[in-house]
Design a protein around this ligand. Structure first.
Ligand code: KG4
Ligand code: ZN
Length: 326
């Protein structure tokens, strides 16, 4: 079974080809350079860029996978959450293609896709999954490949959003997360004790307090010791995530904990999570780094499991559920 996975929810245009659950190709066009001058994503520019790149992505994905359009058995596309205009480009393309090829069409939740990027490995269910991205911090109890229950989420800023905002305070270029990680390597993580928002009675997250603390620290002390600020901030975020993982594991004593989303590309975070859980009989799974960022393959993988569970396809229509902004 060959599945095309299409992803255009934010600032990456990506199409992947999945054959029997394995990745044949995964073409990703990142828009980082387009949004960099603005210090954040410009939604209208994102939509226009998706429009330019969607057809070349499709052609390259087929060619790299050495298949033709007629070989495709089903198409999965992200239709929620994300930027409205960006989602519409991917869904219109997918619905048109599926209709013309007379193949089934599946609408996929982007967050489930991030989790599914782990499903090329063996997973022991039930497990826990945490998506940490630019738009989301979402903790799931996962019963099987398609049955996810949301058990915790951010009450304010998403984890990646906090990285991006702190990077902006530190005057680092967009995208903030990777640039912050880079300067943090030269800093002392113990220099500044930023607050850890543990919210001990719930599995929800809150990152806006750390952001405010960094803001006032910089207002008072300036940017001279930016690497120390970056390293101390990164440690506060890492401690918070590890504490939340432990709380979730206490309530849901599973043996596998899987991750997804752009922030889990952060090597400091990966290393410290591994170190903390090394002796605790928990298997931690991080997707390969190119599967952490938004990509079409993860959407194709989730579609593969929907089909295996006999979930019926969606009508050929253009229906999107963007991220709510209020
Ligand atoms: O999953 P993703 O590609 O897009 C969304 O669905 O949001 O995640 C993008 C987020 C951005 O906030 C970016 O700054 C963050 O992931 N990110 C990182 C790193 N690489 C990307 N954050 C911290 N450290 C990194 N190395
Ligand atoms: Zn994402």
């Amino acid at each position: 079974m060959i599945i095309l996975g299409i992803e255009t929810s934010c600032d990456e245009t990506s199409i992947g080809v999945i054959k029997n659950g394995s990745i044949l190709s995964n073409i990703i066009y990142s828009q980082n350079m387009i949004h960099q001058p603005f210090g954040g994503i410009m939604p209208e520019l994102a939509s226009r860029e998706h429009l330019k790149k969607i057809l070349p992505s499709f052609q390259e994905a087929l060619s790299k996978a050495s298949i033709s359009a007629e070989d495709i058995d089903a198409i999965g596309v992200t239709n929620s959450p994300g930027l409205k205009g960006s989602l519409i480009i991917g869904v219109s393309f997918a619905a048109g293609l599926a209709y013309s090829l007379k193949k089934p069409l599946y609408f996929i939740n982007h967050l489930y896709g991030h989790i599914a990027s782990n499903f090329i490995e063996n997973i022991e269910f039930p497990c826990l999954g945490l998506v940490i991205s630019g738009g989301h911090t979402s903790l799931f109890y996962i019963k099987n490949y398609i049955d996810f229950q949301l058990i915790g989420k951010t009450l304010d800023d998403a984890c990646g959003e906090a990285f991006d905002k702190i990077a902006r305070i530190l005057k680092l270029p967009y995208p903030g997360g990777p640039n912050l990680e880079k300067i943090a390597r030269k800093g002392n993580e113990k220099k500044i004790n930023f607050p850890r928002p543990y919210l001990l009675k719930s599995l929800n997250f809150s990152f806006s307090g750390i952001k405010t603390a960094v803001f006032y620290y910089v207002k008072e002390h300036g940017l001279e010791n930016s690497p120390d600020i970056a390293a101390s901030f990164q440690k506060a975020i890492t401690d918070t995530i590890i504490r939340k993982m432990s709380m979730a594991l206490e309530k849901y004593p599973v043996r596998n904990f899987i991750f997804g989303g752009g922030v889990i590309q952060n090597q400091y975070l990966r290393d410290n999570i591994m170190k903390h859980f090394k002796t605790k009989n928990i298997k931690i799974l991080f997707p390969e780094k190119n599967l952490c960022m938004d990509n079409g393959a993860m959407i194709g993988i989730y579609t593969h499991f929907l089909i295996k569970q006999n979930i019926p396809p969606c009508p050929y229509q253009i229906k999107v559920f963007p991220t709510k902004t209020i």
